[in-house]
Design a protein around this ligand. Structure first.
Ligand code: AMP
Length: 582
């Protein structure tokens, strides 16, 4: 496919904020995409080069892009920076500057989506001496062939910031509109921006089937390719497979135990809510793989877990869900998540790390057993299987501590006990609940102490003064609305002066500095990337921030490097919490 076709689709998407219209535009694109291109197009339309479960990042900085634009256009980096200050988006800068040179290189080759995709996929493979120059060359080569509009989107794709607002729901629906049109005939009214499928029931079924395929494969590209190849038969073949990660089930929040009972039913299972990080563990024969909540593979980083799984889980094939909690091997004390996050990223000295910062795996669910898909089985049955195959070993691999009760008093005692031993709270789970990947269904709810927390992204900061000079301080926080971020307050409390005490100003400054978009006096704007968990005492209405809300007494709790931008707390949650306070 010519890249110019894709660029004009991006432009059309950017021009509308209406979800249905976006879906319609995407479905038209899918309809004319060939089988060999479909997986790439599905990724590119989301501004991605790799599926969700692949941890590869392009990791290209603004500076590098500026150099590439300079090489492609012959315009000096200083001039490009000047334009950047004016336009605030390097995509628009590239578009403008490429216009200027376009007469000069009339005969350059036409870009294809394949060329862009393949070139950009090379970027993360380049390492070591000379790799920066090679990266610049690869991007500059694309920009030299690009027409202005194409340049806009090449640059934004490179920076992993496409800004066309395509959610995964639109991809899912567009796949149905595009590939099952004959069966359900979706009529889209361009004026009214409404849809009406001929057969709503059938349409809903297909949407669910596509969603389910995605939950099992965590990649709409693969789902689309299978559908294009096999039609509806694809759904039977998009199955759960040990070794290929599935989207994890998420939980809602309940205000207290009484509400928890109301939501999940009585009796229910209550479990400790361990404060670590989620681990999805797969085994098939001798192969064991571990994935994080975001489905990044971390098998190599946790050799001790592989051993535990081999020794203490007595089955040949399965997929488990668990929470791994780090502890101090000398004192046996459990450690905050933050202390463990370094293990997730670690690429060397892994055995030493495993000794110094071991984890205890708390298994709480099983999704597949001996090749049998258990997603539709009731929770108590899944738990029984866990109890059968796991031989718990403290500080190694254990079953999540659980009671089954319909008695509020007993529940309260269990909850207090959980808090007393340092857990975050409890989970209450419906005994009949299925495992629904990827969604925040009400089959399980979490109950935590009153102080609420939000996951917010840092979008600005201030250079400190006095003993904090040289550090970024007072971080501007934002919640999410669709793919936009709305400011909701500032936080400076809870961050440490000294590195050995926890997350320090220095550490945050080092993370944020490369993400600075612009500076004015002491204030900087920061590209949304760093997500932190923030506790607060109250949410107030406020005209100061564009979310319309402000946090009272916000306090930094920890970095949430395990969360993605799509996990940043939504404005609707803020609104609900605000209403719930009264
Ligand atoms: P939150 O991250 O606040 O949305 O809480 C949900 C998370 O709690 C899950 O994603 C798990 O990582 C974690 N968790 C800890 N213990 C359990 C448990 N017993 N059952 C389910 N999730 C648990």
């Amino acid at each position: 496919m010519r890249y110019s076709e894709l660029a004009s689709i991006y432009e059309a998407l950017e021009k509308t904020s209406k979800r249905l219209e976006k879906t319609f535009i995407i479905s038209k694109l899918f309809k004319k995409t060939k089988e060999e291109d479909i997986d790439k197009i599905v990724l590119l339309i989301q501004g991605k080069l790799f599926p969700l479960w692949n941890e590869t990042k392009l990791g290209v900085s603004d500076r590098l892009v500026i150099k590439a634009i300079s090489v492609a256009t012959g315009i000096s980096p200083a001039k490009i920076e000047e334009e950047w200050k004016k336009l605030g988006d390097l995509g628009l800068v590239a578009e403008k500057l490429v216009t200027k040179k376009s007469q000069a290189t009339l005969f350059s080759k036409e870009l294809t989506t394949e060329k862009v995709f393949n070139n950009l996929r090379k970027l993360p493979t380049l390492e070591g001496a000379g790799s920066v120059d090679q990266k610049i060359k690869i991007i500059a080569e694309l920009l030299s062939s690009a027409k202005p509009l194409e340049a806009r989107y090449v640059v934004r794709t490179v920076l992993e910031d496409l800004r066309v607002g395509v959610g995964s729901g639109s991809i899912r629906d567009a796949l149905v509109w595009a590939f099952f049109d004959k069966k359900v005939r979706v009529h889209y009214d361009e004026k009214e921006k409404t849809i009406s499928p001929d057969n709503r029931e059938e349409y809903n079924k297909l949407v669910d089937a596509v969603q389910h395929g995605f939950d099992l494969k965590a990649d709409y590209g693969e789902v689309a390719r299978m559908i294009l190849k096999k039609g509806e038969k694809a759904f039977g073949e998009l199955t759960l497979e040990s070794g290929s990660p599935i989207n994890v089930m998420l939980y809602q929040k309940a205000k207290d135990l009484k509400e928890a009972f109301e939501r999940v039913g009585k009796p229910c299972a209550l479990e400790y809510k361990y404060d670590g990080f989620r681990m999805q563990i797969h085994k098939k024969g001798n192969i064991i793989k571990i994935f994080t909540r975001r489905l990044d593979e971390v098998t190599k980083q946790f050799p001790e877990v592989i051993e535990y799984v081999k020794k203490f889980v007595n089955a040949k094939e399965f997929i488990l869900d668990s929470e791994a909690v780090g502890f101090n091997p000398k004192t046996g004390k459990y450690l905050p998540f933050q202390a463990m996050s370094q293990r997730i990223k670690r690429k060397y000295d892994i055995d030493k790390m495993a000794k110094d910062f071991p984890v205890e795996v708390n298994v709480f669910d099983i999704m597949s057993y001996h090749g049998k898909n258990l997603l539709k089985e009731p929770f108590n049955k899944r738990r029984k299987i866990l109890e059968k195959i796991i031989t718990p070993h403290k500080k190694k691999l254990v079953l999540a501590k659980q009671i089954i009760t319909d008695d509020l008093k007993k529940a309260q005692i269990f909850y207090k006990e959980a808090l007393k031993v340092g857990e975050e709270g409890v989970m209450a789970k419906n005994l009949e609940g299925i495992y629904k990947p990827g969604s925040r269904v009400g089959y399980g709810v979490k109950v935590k102490p009153v102080m609420e927390s939000l996951d917010l992204v840092i979008v600005g900061a201030e250079w400190g003064t006095g003993k904090r000079s040289g550090w970024l301080t007072s971080y501007v926080l934002a919640c999410r609305k669709g793919d936009k971020f709305l400011e909701i307050g500032k936080v400076g409390t809870g961050i440490k002066e000294l590195e050995e005490q926890g997350v320090s100003f220095k550490e945050l400054t080092m993370k944020l500095n490369p993400l600075i978009i612009s500076e004015e006096g002491k204030t900087v704007r920061i590209k949304p990337e760093i997500i932190i968990e923030v506790k607060y005492e109250e949410i107030q209405k406020s005209p100061t921030y564009d979310s319309g809300y402000a946090l009272r007494f916000p306090r930094f709790v920890r970095l949430r490097e395990d969360k993605a931008l799509s996990d940043v707390s939504d404005i609707s949650l803020v609104e609900d919490l605000y209403k719930g306070q009264k």
